[in-house]
Design a protein around this ligand. Sequence first.
Ligand code: IPM
Ligand code: MN
Length: 350
Amino acid sequence: MTYKIAVIGGDGTGPEVVAEGLKVLAAVSKKHKFDYKLEDFDFSGKRYLKTSKLVSAEDIKKLKKCDAIYLGAVGDPEVKPGILEHGVLLKLRFALDQYINLRPVILYPNVWTPVKDKGPKDIDFVVVRENTEGLYAGTGGYLRRGTPDEIATQVSVNTRKGVERCLRYAFEYCKKRNKRKTLTLVGKTNVLTYAFDLWERTFHEIGKKDYPDIKRDYAHVDATCMWFVKNPEWFDVIVTDNMFGDIITDLGAMIQGGMGIAAGGNINPEGLSMFEPIGGSAPKYTGKNVINPLAAIAALQMLLEQLGENKAAKDIDRAIRHTCTKMKSMSAGKMGMSTTEVGDCVAKGI
Ligand code: IPM
Ligand code: MN
């Protein structure tokens, strides 16, 4: 079996961190005896500025022949905000129906957290973010745009099917994770009384029927932000909608030591998934060999888990943890190592 992996280096520091991930992939594939082929896809701000091209239907067809997508970052300060987000990242998520955005929040050993008196035992949970609906569905519009009577609406779309498949994934994940067996629904049932009523009813309905061993918990999204800082150890697996998931996972990234270490997966459990460091293209650090590649390497770990290469994924986890103990900081330029040295350290750890 040869895995075909689509690689989107993208913009800024994307290609640099992906290169370190691929170094680690070479090492684990050798050890665990699996083969892979890489196929490069140039979706980037740079290409857009030159050719006006984003992601086409043809590109999607080609991607669908791959087993997984490994993405660096897409974003260019020269491109008007919204174009690349919609034309590349959201386009891929929607076209490939990657309805789960999986974001582990793990504080690795020796990594500094801004949360005082909390350590790796306290910060170890996973956010399951719905990834194709909610406020991201693009429903809404203007009326009388540009006039004093302008109206703009942006509607949160929550379908029973979309909510249910996300919740089922979260319950299954919680069961498989087998830690505290607690799934927390994060919402805003006190104000968003339609959308989160659907979420809450579906949550309890399928939880009661199909997952009686999983404890069901609920927290409002604002309170969740408070608990992330005050009592992060309360969380095991969180499930939430697209917008709330976007917001709380940035806070999650901060308590786990920053964007340099936070990885995520855009998952279609029945199809093609895409894995990425969630930090963005970091133009300020581009080409300086100072960016932290661990988030991209952790994204590779998630990619291999999705492909079923669990032993390889475990090895990467172990090597990341070891590398963290050798680093001074997770922040770009302050690691006490260069980007390539961090990648070398993980690869050697394999
Ligand atoms: C993320 C990002 C994206 C999102 C943007 C770039 C569209 O913030 O992956 O969290 O909002 O989902
Ligand atoms: Mn985000």
